[in-house]
Design a protein around this ligand. Sequence first.
Ligand code: VAH
Length: 332
Amino acid sequence: MKQEKILVIGAFGQLGTELVPALRALYGEANVIASDVREPSPLNSIQGPYVSFDVLDKKALETVVRRHHITQIYLLAAMLSATGEQFPTKAWDLNMQSLINVLEVAKDQHLNKVFWPSSIAVFGKSSPKKDCPQDGPFDPTTVYGISKIAGEHWCNYYFQKYGVDVRSIRYPGLISYTAMPGGGTTDYAVDIFHQALAKNEYTCFLHHQTALPMMYMPDAVRATLELMEAPAYLIKNRHSYNIAGVSFTPAELAEAIRTYLPDFVMNYRPDSRQSIADSWPDSIDDTAAFRDWGWEARYGISAMTREMLQHLAARYPSTGERSELLHPAVFA
Ligand code: VAH
């Protein structure tokens, strides 16, 4: 166990829900403070040390860091792509001011490390669709993507000018069974599992052939910890690292689900999120992350689909009768 005190801001989000337990396994529960602007509730329950505050309130952030003797901050709070297009100025304010507050406090209070998530949303129509390279070009078409590429430059600025050890990953669309979909364009790939188990049918808001870079959450959590645990001299990129998990289309995901639910029906009704998805690459080149700190994905679409259905089947007991492959006993 390392004697660090870690503050995770945005602990109730999709990534935070799984990163907090993983960090507590590494550093000890008492040394990882979960925080969110929301108070704990039956929907957002979390064990262990928790503090509720608004990261946009810099004084409150300074107080929390001092009171808990924080040495590292993971800033996960953000408004995602689809929701951000409904509230563009709020998305910019949240995604940017939270980062600048954290970087300022990290500088002033000499924190050891900061983690901040970027996204493949920094790429746009001029970026190569296949194996999109680490160094762009970057022409994001969403406020979310604009805030993420701006944030990457802020991270590099605070590293170069003040020596703040801030590290970042450009996540693909993250898929997990612990948190419900949260306003992302890639969140069809989360909701589909719930709908398939509950109703054996799902209407997808993207075209059936829309390939997107995705990642199963255990890979994303491991990438985050591997990046943050790597010796500083290995981190050559202080903007953000591309990482790749698995790329697939909605039609391919539906087919993978039919391995377990043969009668699963998939409908397609593209909406405004289609134009966001069309601006993103199909797949990502992550050779820089492999070269610098040894990143390699482990989950493909089959293993991810099996685990997602395995963990969610118990929430939808009727599924057991529909598919003997999904009967709880099969996964017991
Ligand atoms: C979104 N899940 O859809 C996020 C992600 C690559 C997309 O950053 O907005």
